[in-house]
Ligand binder design. Structure first.
Ligand code: HEC
Ligand code: HEC
Length: 228
């Protein structure tokens, strides 16, 4: 009897422990995402990673977006996390090999809330991010697109609306909804400071143009893409 009760207690405490956000992260996310850091320092190390690093999630994401996306994930990178693992030669140019891409797992509302809380405590950023990196302000979509595409060549790798733009990087039409503005400024300024082996090039964009690009991301994010 006593053994049964202690077993039961053990089971109860184990399952409630397993229910914390931290535990969910370790059990269900750690196989694909780095939760501890540091970022990959060699290409070999990068190649092993199955999803974006989450060890500085607390300075990168908007918690509201995280909670929603984890319940209803949709693809952010048309060609997967490491695009070069998901392309094959086509007739005219390389094409995405969709058979190698899989759907992201979804969490219940309760799990998503706990996991978001646990992720937002992760602030071990390799770069010091100042809250006021982004000065605010607005820009027209037309002028923003010119700065993003013509002046800085960013569209070669990023979609500015579904099905329009480059495929190797994450879509940017939801960037301001997904990520904190200060992170966006800091990452564009020096992607390799965040992730030494990231395929995102440092385009040496001027501070003024970085501000314009982040304003442009905000303008794009005003559209309700999820409903299109
Ligand atoms: C089988 C591997 C795998 C598992 C398990 C997994 N993920 Fe992911 N995750 C990915 C991949 C691949 C992407 C990139 C998806 C995309 O860009 O469309 C991703 C993207 C994300 C993103 C968006 C990141 C960004 O910067 O774009 C978040 C947040 C995330 N995952 C959180 C989680 C959490 C939390 C868990 C556990 C509950 C989890 N993932 C489990 C593979 C995985
Ligand atoms: C050669 C292709 C390429 C070009 C050109 C490029 N990027 Fe990227 N970009 C990427 C890739 C690939 C990633 C994903 C990096 C990673 O996960 O480490 C990325 C990531 C990003 C991110 C972070 C997005 C996220 O969801 O995590 C932003 C913001 C961004 N790029 C903006 C820009 C801007 C602004 C320019 C022009 C100045 C630009 N990119 C030019 C390939 C490119």
């Amino acid at each position: 009897m006593r053994a049964t009760i202690s077993l039961l207690l053990l089971f109860l405490s184990a399952s409630s422990w397993a229910d914390t956000g931290e535990q969910l992260l370790q059990q269900r996310c750690a196989s694909c995402h780095d939760l501890q850091g540091p970022a990959a320092s060699t290409l070999e190390d990068l190649w092993q990673r199955k999803g974006p690093d989450l060890f500085y999630a607390g300075v990168k994401y908007r918690p509201q977006w995280l909670r929603q996306w984890l319940q209803k994930p949709r693809r952010i990178r048309p060609a997967g996390y490491l695009y070069f693992q998901h392309i094959k030669p086509g007739e005219k140019h390389d094409v995405i090999d969709a058979s190698t891409l899989s759907e992201h797992m979804a969490l219940s509302a309760d799990e998503a809330r706990k996991v978001t809380e646990a992720l937002m405590t992760r602030k071990a950023a390799p770069v010091q991010v100042k809250g006021d990196e982004f000065g605010g302000g607005s820009i027209s979509i037309t002028f923003g697109e010119m700065v993003f595409d013509k002046f800085n060549g960013c569209m070669a790798c990023h979609e500015i609306e579904p099905g329009y733009g480059g495929l190797s990087g994450p879509e940017v039409y939801t960037a301001a909804k997904r990520m904190q503005s200060a992170y966006l400024v800091s990452f564009i300024r020096d992607p390799q400071a965040w992730n030494p082996k990231t395929p995102m090039p440092n385009k040496h964009t001027s501070e003024l143009n970085i501000q314009k690009i982040v304003r442009y991301f905000h303008a794009l994010a005003k559209e309700n893409w999820d409903e299109k």
